[in-house]
Design a protein around this ligand. Structure first.
Ligand code: FES
Length: 242
């Protein structure tokens, strides 16, 4: 028989202290299969009225609702809640409050590297890979398991320059610029140098834990990391393999 409730744990972080609540989600009817975001919204309405979390589109478009569910990053608006699920903030970024993490330091890595945005004509002639990369919703789930992002320890909330090392998201943005037909040839060298300065080389030895496909279906190894490694170190790799 289907139950009318789901029992979940929500981990909260406030004032540098962590705590957790056991929350019993009340289904609207026994057949309901709520998303984790539905659970958070009900918990906020009925139990913890200042529970903090982010959401926007509720349709896998904006990427801001990402939380860890049982230790793995998921979009809360798209993940079905199950009995005994544990919901916590993304482990890869510093917590601001409850389930809200500080996101802006990641994009700060790329300040000054989108000089061509004003010339954008939507690139209807660009190849398929370019358009695949525009599908990134910036959910930051790809930080999980990244050997480079792990080096950014300690993750400091108040230091805007706390992330000297890159991650699949940053490299995706650089690769998209690199293959953008509007990027002048003379700027491509700067893009590769930026990728190198963020530690791209680490992936030559260690990217086995990197997610292959992200949540919106971008193949991070084939469409982002491999082509960047090829552009940055293609000669050396070929020589090594001879
Ligand atoms: S709320 Fe926009 S992706 Fe989940």
């Amino acid at each position: 028989m289907q139950s009318n409730t789901l029992s979940l744990k929500i981990k909260l972080f406030r004032d540098k202290k962590s705590s957790e609540i056991n929350y019993l989600y009340k289904k609207k009817d026994p057949s309901e299969r709520p998303m984790v975001l539905d659970v958070l919204l009900q918990a906020q309405e009925e139990s913890v009225d200042d529970l903090s979390f982010r959401y926007g589109c509720r349709a896998r478009n904006c990427g801001v609702c990402t939380v860890d569910i049982n230790g793995k990053p998921r979009l809360a608006c798209r993940a079905r809640a199950k009995d005994n699920d544990v919901i916590s903030p993304l482990a890869t970024l510093p917590v601001v409050k409850d389930l809200i993490v500080k996101r802006d330091n990641i994009s700060r890595q790329l300040i000054g590297f989108n000089n061509i945005a004003s010339k954008n004509n939507l690139n209807v002639e660009a190849d398929k890979t370019y358009h695949n990369l525009t599908a990134c919703i910036e959910c930051y789930a790809c930080l999980d398991g990244c050997p480079l992002h792990k080096k950014n320890k300690p993750v400091e909330k108040d230091n805007n320059n706390a992330y000297p090392f890159g991650n699949p998201f940053s490299f995706l943005k650089l690769q998209r610029l690199y293959i953008d037909p509007l990027t002048p040839e003379e700027e491509k060298l700067g893009i590769i140098e930026k990728a190198k300065s963020l530690g791209l080389e680490t992936y030559r030895r260690d990217y086995k834990n990197l997610k292959i496909k992200c949540g919106v279906g971008i193949n991070l190894k084939e469409e982002v990391i491999k082509p960047l490694l090829n552009a940055a170190y293609g000669d050396q790799i070929e020589k090594k393999n001879k």
